[in-house]
Ligand binder design. Structure first.
Ligand code: HXC
Ligand code: NAP
Length: 294
């Protein structure tokens, strides 16, 4: 979507950049010329992604460089290390994509106390810790950085069976708005993206395991645009929000879900009614109207 070299000279940290959506966004940021540090718990995964993307994009003119640093976002010392290594390698940090998450699907009454803590610690506390570390660095160094948090649509609607994740994503969304208000004076922008279903192994293994997958509708079939999202569509939006082209947007959460959340509208599920059935409906309404007048 953005022109070649649109992110030249920028350095962006992507948490959870070794897999799924974080990896797809990293690929696009590199293509646009940004240097990217990817981090997550599993060193082998981020090293392999760094190697793969370096090889894959070698022929792209003006491509950015990639650095992989292991980090558990629940650990402030490891976050400080990612920041220090990024500054040492690339000279500065301009953007932070908080994309790491943990999730599982379960009736809430079956969860242990620790299960809740595990998800909230990764998604809410981890997002806060990383944002705090990078924000302090930006304020100290007078850098107008930008934070982008990967949220979910159920951060605002709520959702059963993923309560720890919904609570944590809801908290991170309010943090997005609160910090946007507070740090605007430093030129720091804080935004979020709320994706609908974008197939990834990490999410699908944990949210649609068997026998649930066979019991549930195909996620695309509940969506007005009749399909799940494409990673490139999400990467376009993320790159835009991390770039200076979105310089006057802050405190926003942009939904990218093919209209899925709108299906909560009272009559939206009637989209499967056929034209012939609508003819019948129209006939019976007219009949009822005539009867009520006579
Ligand atoms: C119930 C579970 C559970 C499950 C773990 N726990 N899995 N409880 N159902 N399926 C409980 C454990 O019993 C334990 O509590 C506690 O959670 C911690 O479990 P660990 O396995 O020790 O945790 P850890 O090794 O830190 O692993 C974290 C994880 C794991 C979150 C549990 O799933 C993970 O690594 N996920 C990372 C990737 C991920 O989740 N990606 C999906 C993002 S999708 P006790 O009390 O027993 O010790 C997303 C939105 C998608 O966020 C929306 C789609 C439309
Ligand atoms: P994914 O591939 O499982 O990504 C999750 C990433 O988080 C992994 O790379 C994982 O790497 C990392 N991670 C987990 N715990 C961590 C920790 N403690 N510290 C550091 N990193 C950690 O799943 P995904 O679908 O791409 O999800 C990416 C983001 O999109 C998440 O925020 C998710 O909530 C959001 N989202 C996804 C969808 C979807 O349909 N896919 C929809 C809405 C929102 P390690 O295991 O190596 O740590």
């Amino acid at each position: 979507m953005l022109r070649d070299g649109a992110l030249q000279g920028k350095t962006i940290i992507v948490t959870g950049g070794g897999t799924g959506l974080g990896k797809s966004i990293t690929r696009y940021l590199l293509t646009l010329g940004a240097n990217v540090t990817i981090c997550s718990r599993r060193q082998a995964v981020i090293d392999e992604t760094a190697q793969e993307l370096t090889t894959e994009l070698a022929a792209v003119e003006g491509v950015g460089r990639i650095l992989a640093v292991p980090c558990d976002v629940r650990n402030p010392q490891e976050i400080e290390n990612v920041l220090a290594q990024t500054v040492e390698t690339f000279g500065r940090v301009d953007g932070l994509l908080n994309n790491s998450a943990g999730n599982f699907i379960s009736p809430t009454e079956r969860l242990s106390y620790k299960a809740f803590d595990t998800i909230v610690d990764i998604v809410l506390r981890g997002t806060y810790y990383f944002t705090l570390a990078v924000g302090k660095y930006w304020i100290e160094n007078k850098i107008s950085g930008t934070v982008l948090n990967i949220s979910t649509t159920y951060a605002t609607t709520g959702s059963g069976y993923v309560v720890p994740s919904a609570v944590a994503k809801g908290g991170a969304l309010i943090m997005t708005k609160s910090l946007a208000a507070e740090w605007g004076k430093y030129g720091i922008r804080v935004n979020a993206i709320a994706p609908g279903p974008f197939p990834t192994k990490g999410a699908w293994d944990r949210l649609f395991p068997e026998p649930l997958a066979s019991l549930m509708d195909d996620p695309g079939s509940r969506i007005p645009l009749n399909r799940v999202g494409d990673h490139g569509e999400l990467a376009n939006l993320a790159a835009y929000l991390l770039s200076d082209f979105s310089g006057y947007i802050t405190g926003e959460s942009i939904t990218i879900d093919g209209g899925e959340v709108l299906m909560a509208g009272e009559f939206s599920h009637l989209r499967d009614v056929t034209d012939e059935q609508w003819d019948e409906v129209s006939k019976s309404i007219k009949q009822a109207n005539r009867a009520s007048k006579s």
